[in-house]
Design a protein around this ligand. Structure first.
Ligand SMILES: [Fe+2]
Length: 137
């Protein structure tokens, strides 16, 4: 495994995870339906941002979160996720609610159609960074 997401705490109000991402793999666009604070402490994590439009998922830019930075995504955010550069990123993600107890969605990379969130689907939909438009230019 070159990725690693571990839940270290969850209650009614907060979910705390440590997340390690490899720079060659991009995990599929998804929602959280709650805010999340992303505190990176090794490498740099890339938030690949999207918005849904009728029949498609539109790329809204990449946001780099470097070691020592804390970024917040709001409850409506849709992101795919990877690491920047040559090394994995490692971060603490603090979700502002009980993440595993809510229904949320993955989104088809092209059509933006909702797909039920499961770790199995999340991993199955991952893409190679080298194959993605979002990382060209
Ligand atoms: Fe996420």
């Amino acid at each position: 495994m070159d990725d690693d997401e571990i839940m270290v705490h969850e209650d009614e109000t907060v979910s705390i995870w440590t997340c390690r991402y490899a720079p060659d793999v991009v995990f599929a666009p998804h929602e959280h339906r709650m805010g999340v604070q992303i505190a990176v402490y090794r490498g740099a994590e890339v938030e690949v941002l999207y918005r849904r439009e009728p029949g498609k998922l539109r790329h809204g830019g990449n946001h780099l979160v470097r070691a020592g930075d804390v970024a917040r995504l709001g409850p409506q955010a849709i992101h795919a996720i990877t690491a920047d550069g040559d090394a994995p990123s490692i971060a603490i993600h603090v979700y502002e609610g009980p993440l595993t107890r809510i229904k949320r969605a993955l989104f088809d990379w092209t059509s933006g159609e909702k797909i039920e969130f499961s770790m199995e689907n999340f991993h199955a939909m991952a893409r190679r960074k080298q194959d993605m438009e979002e990382f060209r230019g």
